[in-house]
Structure formats: structure tokens, C-alpha cells
Design a protein around this ligand. Structure first.
Ligand code: ZN
Length: 242
């Protein structure tokens, strides 16, 4: 089985289009999305339609929930809040129905998906360090947990002695006795200083997990954000990946 796993599209249609194209030669059997399909950029309905067309299984992110009134705007910073208010006005009924159907956690025989942390997933806590990772490892029932939310790709590894390491490698081969939390980064708003869209492939036969990057038309996305009346900063930050 080859999974295509991505997160934090944030209404960025150009980035999502580039990622879908990059997945095409990869023989993906199943697509998984770790939340935040909307918020920040100017094409929420178009992104949701594309994600749906891939028959993607999706969990909810804080922006998904905020845009359908399931998560308080008080939890968001000023820029995020402005974008969610804009998004709420823009979402069609079909998109809203899809967002309402997202669960907070997905689990199958190979992996678990959660937007921020398995510990109280409805609070969308960040997993930045070993202590944060521990909260998820502690209750993880599968070998692997894929997350998003911080928009920074990276891998936490817990070994058999309960030691936790953090790696920023573009690929890793999973080992029998370890557990892993893999942050797949962000399709639509990378924050690791690399403006290219991030996406992940997990091959259950080889045990290899790859986090790949693909360039897209950032200028076009930025122009759409500005022309839509969204905060200019949301367009500018895409140019430098922050
Ligand atoms: Zn996000």
C-alpha cells in the first residue's frame, strides 16, 4: 500500500494542484489529509473539491472547525481570524457539509492521523518538542502517527528505551521496535523557510516514509489573496515560507 499523506492546504489551489501533479507518477493507493484544508488563501471551495475528488480521508484541523463554528475564533491569532471570517462567507453548502463530516482522529492497521496532538485532539495542541511528542506517543495505538498543524516537517522517533529523538530528514526507513510521529509539513503555507509545497509518501511494503517538496506559482496565490481583500501579509509570507 502506498499512502499519499498531506496537510494544511489552507485554500492554496496552486500549491495543491502542484502536489496532486507530483503524486501522479507515485502510484498512490490512498490519499490522507491531516486537516486545515481551508483558511488563509483564497480558494477554499476549489481545494475542498479537489481533495474530495481524490477520495481522500480527512481529519479536522482547527481552521476547518473554526470555519464551521466548531472551534472558537478566540483561539486564533488576528491574521488567522480575519481569514476565517472571510472563509466563512465564501464556503458553499457542499464544502460545509464535507468539513462537518471530518473526525478528529483516523486510525487504520498501519497508522493514526491527527492534526495537532492525540492528547485532547479537539484542543489542537502543537507538537514542537519531545515533551509534546510524549503526550501523543503515550496513547498511540499504532506504530506511526502522522500530524500537521505547525507547518514544519520533521520526525519524532521513540525507541525501545523510551528515548525520543527529532530528525529533519527528507526520508526515513521505519524500524521494527520504534514508534514515529511524522509531521508532513504544509502544502499551502510552509513555515520552515522553504516556500515549496510539502507532501508525504508512505510505502507500507518498503517501510519508507518520504517528505517531498514541489515548487508552485506562489505569485499567483499571493495575487489572489490580495485581490480577495485578505491580509497582504498572508500572501507575502508564502514567498519566503514563513
Ligand atoms: Zn494549519
Amino acid at each position: 500500500m502506498r499512502y499519499g499523506i498531506f496537510s494544511d492546504v489552507h485554500s492554496n489551489l496552486e500549491a495543491l494542484g502542484a502536489v496532486i501533479k507530483a503524486y501522479e507518477p507515485e502510484s498512490i493507493d490512498k490519499y490522507l489529509c491531516i486537516g486545515d484544508s481551508v483558511g488563509y488563501a483564497a480558494n477554499p471551495n476549489e481545494c475542498i473539491a479537489k481533495i474530495r475528488a481524490l477520495e481522500t480521508i480527512s481529519v479536522a484541523g482547527n481552521h476547518d472547525w473554526a470555519s464551521i463554528n466548531l472551534f472558537s475564533l478566540d483561539n486564533l491569532n488576528q491574521l488567522a481570524r480575519q481569514a476565517i471570517l472571510w472563509t466563512k462567507n465564501c464556503l458553499n453548502l457542499e464544502s460545509m457539509a464535507l468539513l462537518e463530516g471530518f473526525n478528529l482522529v483516523y486510525k487504520d492497521e498501519y497508522l493514526t492521523l491527527v492534526h495537532g496532538s492525540l492528547d485532547r485532539p479537539q484542543e489542537f495542541q502543537y507538537t514542537y518538542n519531545s515533551e509534546d511528542a510524549w503526550a501523543t506517543f503515550n496513547i498511540l495505538e499504532t506504530k506511526l502517527c502522522f500530524i500537521g498543524h505547525s507547518h514544519i516537517p520533521g520526525i519524532f522517533i521513540r525507541d525501545i528505551t523510551d528515548n525520543i529523538r527529532y530528525l529533519e530528514e527528507p526520508s526515513i526507513e521505519i524500524k521494527e521496535y520504534n514508534n514515529y510521529i511524522i509531521n508532513v509539513g504544509s502544502v499551502g503555507q510552509p513555515r520552515d523557510g522553504n516556500p515549496k509545497a510539502a507532501f508525504c509518501i508512505y510505502d507500507t511494503d518498503t517501510g519508507v516514509i518520504e517528505i517531498k517538496r514541489v515548487a508552485y506559482n506562489v505569485e499567483e496565490t499571493r495575487n489572489k489573496i490580495i485581490n480577495a481583500g485578505l491580509p497582504r501579509r498572508l500572501g507575502d509570507r508564502l514567498l519566503i515560507g514563513e
